[in-house]
Write a protein that binds this ligand. Sequence first.
Ligand SMILES: [Zn+2]
Length: 222
Amino acid sequence: MFAIDHAATALLVKRRFPSVPMVPVLISVQAMELAWVALNYLGVERTTTEATVRSVADIHLAYIPWSHSVGTAIVAALTAWLIIEKGLGRAALGRAVGLGIASHLILDLLTHARDIALWPGIASPMLGLGLYASAPLAAFVVELIYGISCWWVYRGNRALLAVIVLFNLANLSFFSTTIPGPEQYLAGRPLLVVTIVFAQIVITLALVGILARRPAFQPSAT
Ligand SMILES: [Zn+2]
């Protein structure tokens, strides 16, 4: 799933746990992706591209067992929950962060190619519904509707809706081989892919975090 829609998931978590601060929730929903960025830079995980990149299906998350496996995600979510709730005594925050981490796995399982392992070192089965490859425009519509749904549930403001819609639309060329876009410049440059994803993570988390802020004082309607 693309960065804006992972970021929008923080709205669902925040709606469920309104008392928790937004920043840890934002970080939790993208924790797996931030790990992926770091592990790609370190050379532990690997991204590859086709000779020409016409859509997201031409970019391969060739080796992502640590940042994106079912087991590591569940262990990370449970560990964060245990430390924050049982260790620090902050129950709501622990649940929100654990849920945020787990949400990333679920959303990626829906969209990714079969590149998500059960556990590092286990080569099969590899999981992923493969929407990006089999039905990319359906994936685009699903992501857009999902992002808007998060906004709807949160009852966000119009600026937040605009950011969610525009960042989804900005990804449109990645979902279609016939719509040209900046993805063509990513061919053979996997670390550029990583850097662009990292920039999208930071920008979308920041925008969602800023625009989701409620006014501290709401004057009565009378
Ligand atoms: Zn991911």
